[in-house]
Write a protein that binds this ligand. Structure first.
Ligand SMILES: NC(=O)c1ccc[n+]([C@@H]2O[C@H](COP(=O)([O-])OP(=O)(O)OC[C@H]3O[C@@H](n4cnc5c(N)ncnc54)[C@H](OP(=O)(O)O)[C@@H]3O)[C@@H](O)[C@H]2O)c1
Length: 416
């Protein structure tokens, strides 16, 4: 890419995740000598964030504009090599920016966990992104980097050890400690509204292959469901499982990775993601309680009156998120189980330090943006819409292991 004024523009530096991302980026760009600019719609707020940043000499400009101002976004995208965005709900505020990055051949990553919007962006811009060379990578937060890069890690190990990929991988969330931010609540509320108005919403939510390219939307996995209630026994890990709220979204991303990387996991690859409790009646009870609570919450969110009450009195507002203490004391763990065609089992553990919703997410997003900028020449894929695994793979895995408090490790036989 020809020289541009900035290496990275952070779009949305004033929100709950944006402020944290600004800090991480200022520090990391300072270390790497990258030129960083920060953008958003409110100059005063941006200046406050800017004044609070560590003085690393990396932040050179503040860009003020609106997410729906296409002329402004076009100019901004043309001035930088990479845009990283936290302005969500992306279905409401993200489309014009993606179009601007695609048109200007500017690499882009974000935090969206909205598969319907991702599908729409791919359909609208894939061809043009291939032409301009813009690498567009959605889902660069806790949704869906640990799942996507975790499966790739396990499959790389299977290939290295046995010369074949696992035919089935299950991801179990075994620990999750932290909170979530106002933007996540807003994205969820927007999804519940879209469900009522968009006739395609449910079809796409249920389709496990909804993010795969046209002609590749079939495979052995059954439909995803918005309100699953199953409590099931996991024979691999000898414990009860319950639905994991983000499982359907992460699974769609993992299946898209397999399809767009031309099936390194095989065409008959099966994937499932749920949360794990314990064994015994206690584990079953815990899974049941949490499933029933989750179901009641979803029902309350589906009814406009209760949704309004939850929005007003319970859910965090824009700009709000977990406290510093929660962010820093949070953590999570995923255990992945892969089954080889002959039944051999391979297991991996993925851990993250910091609460998944804000701290870990913003550290991962920061590394994704740095990867697009610093590893531009090492990334092997061209322009287009990619997943984290397909675009950045081990480059990003190494970065988040070194700089984002994450670990990926194989679990020795007979240990969980
Ligand atoms: N993938 C994951 O794991 C993950 C984790 C966390 C969050 N997220 C997603 O990340 C997004 C951000 O979450 P958040 O909690 O940081 O949200 P937030 O606190 O509400 O921040 C939203 C940001 O967008 C800006 N904004 C809104 N409308 C705009 C417009 N028209 N023009 C320019 N800027 C505008 C806001 O600016 P002002 O400050 O001026 O209002 C703010 O900077 C959400 O979509 C959320 O779902 C994903």
């Amino acid at each position: 890419m020809a020289e541009r004024e900035f290496d990275i523009v952070l779009w949305g530096a004033t929100g709950a995740t944006g402020r944290r991302t600004a800090h991480h980026l200022a520090r990391r760009c300072g270390e790497s000598g990258l030129r960083l600019a920060m953008g958003g719609r409110n100059r005063d707020k941006l200046e406050t964030v800017h004044d609070d940043l560590p003085d690393t000499g990396s932040t050179s400009a503040i860009l003020v504009g609106d997410s729906h101002d296409t002329a402004f976004l076009g100019t901004m995208a043309a001035r930088t090599r990479v845009v990283v965005s936290t302005v969500g709900p992306f279905a409401l505020h993200g489309s014009e920016l993606v179009a601007a990055c695609v048109e200007n051949g500017t690499h882009y990553c974000d935090l969206t966990a909205e598969p319907q919007w991702m599908r729409a962006m791919i359909d609208l811009h894939q061809q043009r992104a291939r032409e301009t060379g813009a690498r567009i990578v959605h889902a660069c937060g806790h949704d869906s980097i640990p799942s996507d890069l975790g499966v790739q890690f396990l499959q790389d190990a299977a290939l290295a050890r046995y010369g074949k990929p696992c035919k089935r991988v299950t991801t179990r969330v075994t620990r999750m400690k932290g909170g979530f931010s106002g933007g996540t609540a807003a994205s969820f509320l927007n999804a519940m509204r879209l469900r009522e108005t968009d006739p395609d919403f449910d079809r796409l939510s249920k389709d496990p292959y909804a993010l795969c390219p046209e002609g590749e939307r079939q495979g052995p996995d059954g439909p995803d469901r918005m309100m699953p209630v199953e409590v099931t026994w996991d024979p691999d890990l000898q414990a009860w499982t319950k639905p994991y709220f983000m499982g359907p979204m992460n699974s769609k991303v993992v299946r898209r990775s397999n399809a767009i990387m031309e099936y390194p996991y095989g065409r008959d690859f099966r994937y499932q993601e749920t949360a794990l409790t314990r064994s015994g009646i206690g584990g079953w009870g815990a899974a049941m309680r949490s499933t029933i609570f989750g179901r009641l919450f979803l029902i309350a969110m589906a009814i406009p009156t209760t949704r309004g009450l939850l929005q007003r009195y319970v859910l965090p507002k824009s700009g709000e998120g977990p406290s510093k203490e929660v962010r820093e004391s949070g953590s999570y763990e995923l255990v992945q189980v892969g089954e080889m065609p002959d039944g051999t089992i391979l297991k991996a553990r993925i851990t993250g330090q910091g609460d998944p919703g804000v701290r870990s997410t913003t550290l991962m997003l920061t590394e994704a943006a740095l990867c697009l900028a610093e590893d531009e020449g090492n990334i092997t894929v061209g322009g287009g819409f990619w997943t984290p695994a397909a675009a950045m793979g081990t480059l990003l895995r190494d970065r988040i292991t070194e700089h984002a408090g994450m670990s990926f490790e194989l679990i020795p036989d007979n240990q969980v």
